[in-house]
Ligand binder design. Structure first.
Ligand SMILES: C[S@@+](CC[C@H](N)C(=O)[O-])C[C@H]1O[C@@H](n2cnc3c(N)ncnc32)[C@H](O)[C@@H]1O
Length: 271
C-alpha cells in the first residue's frame, strides 16, 4: 500500500545512508525476505551493485543483515543502463517510504496526512495538560510534543530515529522552546523510573507488541495519570481499535479534516 507521503524520484539512493540499524533490519525482514518479494530483491540487488557505499553501510551498520545484502548483490542481474538503475533505486526508496521520509523531517511535518490535516485541539480534548510532566513515545517530527508543550510544564520526546531527534532539537533551538527535552528510546524499554509521568502519549507507535508496550508505558506513568493514543487525521478509512478497547481504553471518535472517521483513545492508570 502506498501512503503517498513521498515522491521517490525526489530522493537520492544515498538516503539509505541515514537509516538506523533497526530500520535496516526491518526493511530486510519485511521487504526482501519475510514477504519474499522477488521484485524488491531484484531492485535492491541492482541498486546496491551500483552504489557500493550504501552496500558497505548497510552491512556494517546492521551486521546481522550482511549475509542477506551479499546474497541480494550476488543474485542481481547485471544492469549498467543508468535509467534502469534509477528505476530500481526508486522502487526501493518507495518500498520503505515511511523510513525514507524520516531522512527529510521537514517534508514529514508538511506532507504526511496525519500531521498536515490534524488540529491540535484533538489532543487537548483528551486530557488537561496544564502543569503536567509528559512523555511522547515515538515522537517523530514532534506533532504531539510541541502541541503538549504549549500547556505542559515539561515534555520529553522519545524517538529512536536520529534525523527526527535532530529535527526536534533544531526546532527547540530556533524557537527557543524551554520545556522540551529530546532523547532516544524504545516504547518497550523506556529510560525512566516507575511513576514518572502525568501523561504518556503516542501516535502510530503502539501496535507491534500490544502487551509489552502498554505494560512499559503504564510502568512509567503515575497512578491517576493518563495514557493517550492520538494518531492524527487520515486520508484513508480508519477502524476502531479493539486491541485498545479490550484492554480498557476509552475510544473517542471524530470526523477528521479529510472527512474520514478518526478514533482516539485514552486510559487512566490505576495501580
Ligand atoms: C508514523 S511516525 C509517528 C510520529 C509521531 N508519533 C506522530 O504521530 O506525529 C512513528 C514513529 O514511531 C517511531 N517508532 C517506531 N518504532 C518505535 C518503537 N518501537 N518505540 C518507539 N518509537 C518507535 C518511529 O521512529 C516514528 O518516528
Amino acid at each position: 500500500m502506498t501512503l503517498n507521503w513521498i515522491n521517490p524520484n525526489d530522493y537520492s539512493f544515498n538516503s539509505f545512508l541515514l537509516l538506523e540499524r533497526f530500520q535496516i533490519r526491518m526493511m530486510m525482514d519485511s521487504c526482501g525476505w519475510r514477504n519474499d518479494d522477488e521484485e524488491w530483491k531484484r531492485c535492491m540487488g541492482i541498486a546496491l551493485n551500483a552504489n557500493p557505499a550504501v552496500k558497505w553501510y548497510l552491512m556494517h551498520r546492521c551486521p546481522e543483515c550482511s549475509a542477506l545484502v551479499e546474497e541480494l548483490v550476488a543474485k542481481a542481474p547485471a544492469v549498467t543502463e543508468t535509467d534502469q538503475i534509477r528505476k530500481a533505486e526508486v522502487y526501493t526508496l518507495l518500498s520503505i517510504e515511511d523510513f525514507t521520509i524520516h531522512t527529510t523531517p521537514e517534508h514529514m511535518a508538511s506532507n504526511c496526512d496525519y500531521i498536515r490535516g490534524w488540529s491540535k485541539e484533538r489532543l487537548f480534548e483528551l486530557a488537561d495538560f496544564t502543569g503536567k510532566t509528559v512523555l511522547d513515545v515515538g515522537a517523530g517530527s514532534g506533532r504531539l510534543t510541541f502541541t503538549a508543550a504549549e500547556k505542559a510544564t515539561w515534555v520529553y520526546a522519545s524517538e529512536p530515529v536520529g534525523t527526527l531527534r535532530e529535527f526536534m532539537r533544531d526546532k527547540i533551538k530556533k524557537e527557543r522552546i524551554k520545556n522540551v527535552r529530546v532523547l532516544d528510546g524504545w516504547i518497550t524499554e523506556l529510560s525512566f523510573p516507575d511513576d514518572t509521568f502525568d501523561i504518556i502519549m503516542s501516535g502510530h507507535v503502539v501496535g507491534d507488541e500490544w502487551d509489552n508496550e502498554i505494560a512499559e508505558i503504564t510502568r512509567v506513568c503515575k497512578t491517576g495519570g493518563w495514557l493517550l493514543n492520538c494518531p492524527g487525521d487520515s486520508e484513508r478509512d480508519m477502524k476502531p481499535c479493539a486491541e485498545l478497547t479490550s484492554r480498557g481504553w476509552e475510544e473517542l471518535h471524530y470526523v477528521g479534516s479529510y472527512g474520514k472517521d478518526v478514533f482516539i483513545h485514552r486510559k487512566q492508570v490505576k495501580k
